[in-house]
Design a protein around this ligand. Sequence first.
Ligand code: SAM
Length: 218
Amino acid sequence: MAYKFDDNYREKGARKQLVKLLENRGIEDKNVLKAIGKVPRHFFFDETFWNQAYRDIAFPIGDGQTISQPYTVAYQSELLHVKKGDKILEIGTGSGYQTCILLELGATVYTIERQENLYNRTIQVLPYMGYRPQFFCGDGSKGIPEHAPYDKIIVTAGAPFVPEVMLQQLKLGGLLVIPVGDEQSQKMITILRVGENDFERIELDTFRFVPLVGDKAW
Ligand code: SAM
């Protein structure tokens, strides 16, 4: 497969502008901003749409799915407080853009996508770009118990409720970041595992994600 991966002054400049915009929107984590400034988001777009790649918008990536809005990616990444070496499960690989940000932050990433076409694309594109998470294809609403426990779990699709199985796959002190709501809008929720059966839940801002579809979801 032939990919066109040019990162020229125009794209680099647009990326810097995007970082400034995210700072102005309230993203404070310098490491997250640095990662956004590093990952070439236009590589996830057809060349015809490179002029859209550094706008703060979600964009169709085929198969009815979207690459998340940069603000949303930065927002969820900031909430994760990623430390180097964190073992993170990402549910909903999509384009793989968020995956690359987590890898730039120094995490070891397990990422799962239910749509085979998207999975097949990311297993080629990400390594080509130099990013190497552990890829899985299947229903991530059940987590990936074989590789649990995780320091962090991030869900990048809107869930109708918090799947209990995900909570059980967190380490003690582990954190889940998940958008929960109906099909129109979801609240970003963080859940910290503070004890074997103790969890601290915080509800944050409202977003609109594509649905999390699966056994423990829609
Ligand atoms: N963060 C991604 C990016 O930057 O490209 C965008 C993710 S997109 C908003 C959500 C993804 O979750 C879609 O690709 C969708 O197919 C996937 N998805 C939905 N339900 C899933 C499930 N049960 N398991 C794994 N992936 C799922």
